[in-house]
Design a protein around this ligand. Structure first.
Ligand code: NZQ
Ligand code: ZN
Length: 391
């Protein structure tokens, strides 16, 4: 491990079937006016909304309802939330939902008292926060993003055809997050597996980079093995508590900043996937799944030793009598078979991408230099074309 770093994570996590019991204690630390942020109704159907409202009322809180946070939250929704927060002088934001709801809550926390346009300041100019931040707590219902224990807040601007993530500092991380694996049982299979691939890709984005011997890579291999195993169990039986809890915990560790410490990271699958999302509004994890294999095949020759290690240590490919290239290719083939087995989308056309969008998607893709190959816009077009040819 060659990097220098500081590690600290301020989010307090409550994990398990009874985790919601701790909400009352946590709420005591914050003021009376709570902006209750949630999505389009899943928490009402599951009964979680009633439980949370009862706790808030018992704690004497005034509730400011902020519903309808859509998957891939938009900048327009953010502006509306800011208005609500300011008008009601909100003391605390409670997010109940998936990554979109948690991300939106964090974006709102830094934007409500921002005197400039938050899209310009945080997403186009990538500036730090210089105004009051409203504290956030999360109750997680969808697993994948890691938003429950990080500073990420991804916002989509459809007018500009851009989907951009700002990774804020520790002062924006949720103060606490409540993780009950049972709350994820009601997720449709499509969302569950999209979340599983989001986790997988968060790990590979941090694994496929660097050539140093790094603790992170060993941690990453363990997390990936656990995820692959648990995903197979959960697809067969979505109410297997052990599998769902392992997936939930793996998701948190995959993106709570630990893995990235002391090493370079890639993140190009996310950059391409986000641009696909800006054009199609497709489910985040599926956008990643659909572009991953063509991307990894393209960069494999530049990071051959790591792809070989991935094949043997994660997918149990036997190396005997094979060239490095054959071993690496077999690893990616096994990943593809697993992706098909659990039901991921491997072709961007299924997500609504059409030929005429390819140049625009490539233009909207931020090109990063932490991975094994710095892509050109033309490379991105090539990856998209390969995805369109299907797997
Ligand atoms: O709106 P509701 O009715 O709640 O329905 C949601 C939504 O339609 C539904 N859902 C959530 N929990 C449920 C449930 N349905 C039934 N039962 C439950 N228990 O699932 C749908 C998707 O939810 P969403 O929050 O959009 O999914 P996800 O957690 O994947 O979040 C995606 C967003 O997070 C961003 C993505 O770009 C995307 O905007 N990301 C955030 C990251 C971060 N903070 O670090 C990193 C990620 O790479 C990602 O970019
Ligand atoms: Zn992701």
């Amino acid at each position: 491990m060659l990097g220098n770093f500081c590690y600290s994570n301020p989010t307090k996590l409550y994990f398990g079937e009874n985790a919601l019991e701790y909400l009352t204690d946590e709420l005591k630390h914050y003021g009376t006016v709570v902006q209750l942020v949630y999505g389009s109704g899943s928490i009402k159907k599951s009964g979680l909304y009633d439980q949370v409202v009862a706790i808030l009322k018992a704690c004497g809180k005034t509730i400011v309802e902020d519903s309808g946070v859509m998957p891939n939250p938009t900048v327009e929704k953010l502006y509306q939330g800011c208005k609500l927060a300011k008008e009601n002088q909100v003391d605390f934001i409670l997010a109940v939902g998936g990554g979109s709801v948690c991300d939106y809550a964090k974006a709102l926390s830094v934007s409500a008292w921002c005197e400039e346009d938050p899209w310009d300041k945080y997403y186009l100019r990538m500036e730090d926060v210089s105004n009051k931040i409203i504290p956030v707590g999360c109750i997680l219902t969808m697993v994948g993003t890691g938003s429950e224990m990080n500073g990420g807040a991804v916002i989509t601007n459809h007018a500009q055809k851009l989907k951009i993530g700002h990774v804020f500092g520790e002062n924006v991380f949720p103060k606490f997050s409540i993780l009950n694996p049972k709350l994820t049982y009601t997720l449709p299979k499509y969302q569950m597996v999209a979340g599983i691939y989001d986790i997988m890709n968060h790990i590979t984005e941090q694994y496929f980079s660097g050539e140093d011997d790094n603790t992170t890579d060993y941690l990453a291999e363990g997390l990936m093995r656990s995820l692959i195993h648990s995903s197979r169990v959960a697809v067969q039986n979505p109410e297997d508590y052990e599998a769902r809890s392992n997936i939930m915990w793996t998701a948190t560790w995959a993106l709570n900043t630990l893995l990235a410490k002391g090493k370079a990271t890639d993140w190009m699958v996310h950059m391409i996937g986000q641009s696909v999302g800006a054009y199609t509004d497709a489910t985040h994890g599926m956008t990643l799944a659909a572009v991953s294999l063509p991307y990894y095949r393209m960069i494999c020759p530049y990071g051959l030793q790591k792809f070989k290690r991935f094949a043997t240590n994660v997918w149990d490919v036997l190396p005997n009598g094979k060239t490095d290239e054959q071993i690496a290719a077999e690893g990616l083939q096994r990943m593809k078979e697993w992706m098909q087995e659990i039901g991921l989308v491997l072709n961007i056309q299924e997500l609504g991408v059409t030929e005429d969008m390819l140049e625009g998607i490539a233009q909207g893709t931020f090109l990063l230099d932490g991975g094994y190959k710095v892509l050109t816009k033309q490379d991105v077009v090539e990856i998209l074309k390969q995805s369109m040819q299907g797997e």
